[in-house]
Design a protein around this ligand. Structure first.
Ligand SMILES: Cc1cc2nc3c(=O)[nH]c(=O)nc-3n(C[C@H](O)[C@H](O)[C@H](O)COP(=O)(O)O)c2cc1C
Length: 221
């Protein structure tokens, strides 16, 4: 598969065939992903390959509860986590419901399950303390996650980057013995996709690129 095909068809896959992925293949994926850029080239990532059944089950249970929390907001037509749930009985009740989702309900069965963590002491947060939500820190870890997806795709596999489990970071910390200066960045699943990915749907360049100023003419050819 050439580069363009990999990038334009690395769709999110949440359901996989019951086919094992060998450690050799996973090693090959991580061995490509490690060439991701990070601020100062500090490479603060740590990957946990979840193999143990009990640990996988615990991670699944936490994921399902975090997914319910997410869907609680969605079910009320709200942007997830934008506001605190404290004191809102309706929202709390909505967050306690079960929202069936094969990806979450069968999380412990996915061929590859990876926890991606990042060393907070290694993050170059150039937009820290400037009076708004910081965005730059994540840029030292998510290119690595995306490289995992791209490498998987290049080998005919599929997968997903998920982040809702970050809501349960403290519980995950206890399960995996995560040091305090590490944060949860993503939970990723990989496997042979049930549905072959098609070309991705994304906004055209003219929609998001402008010349000289934010409200300048669209950049086009
Ligand atoms: C930073 C980030 C966080 C995401 N978090 C979740 C998540 O928690 N759960 C989930 O099912 N998908 C998650 N996704 C997957 C997105 O839903 C997916 O990338 C998006 O819908 C585009 O899908 P496509 O590439 O197949 O078009 C996340 C993706 C990114 C990049």
């Amino acid at each position: 598969m050439d580069f363009n095909e990999v990038v334009t068809s690395a769709a999110t896959s949440r359901e996989f065939l019951d086919e094992q992925i060998s450690d050799d293949t996973l090693y090959q994926i991580l061995n490509i992903a490690r060439f991701a850029p990070s601020g100062g080239n500090r490479q603060g990532w740590h990957v946990i390959v979840f193999k143990d059944k009990d640990i996988r089950t615990k991670i699944k249970d936490l994921y399902v509860s975090a997914w319910s929390e997410y869907m609680g907001y969605v079910s009320l037509g709200e942007v997830p986590f934008l506001r605190e749930s404290a004191g809102d009985e309706g929202l709390i009740e909505a967050m306690q419901r079960h929202y069936p989702l094969p990806f979450a309900d069968n999380l412990d069965e996915h061929p590859v399950l990876l926890g991606v963590f990042v060393d907070l002491n290694q993050l170059a947060v150039t937009d820290g303390n400037i009076g708004r939500q910081s965005i730059v820190g994540g840029a030292s870890i998510y290119p690595f996650c995306h490289n995992i997806l791209l490498a998987a795709r290049s080998l005919g596999l599929g997968g997903v980057i998920t982040t809702v489990l970050a809501r349960r970071e403290s519980e995950v910390r206890d399960i995996v013995n995560l040091p305090n200066h590490y944060a949860m960045a993503a939970l990723m699943a990989l496997g042979v996709p049930k549905k072959q990915p098609q070309r991705l749907k994304r906004r055209p360049v003219e929609d998001f690129a402008s010349i000289d100023t934010f409200d300048g003419n669209s950049f086009t050819i």
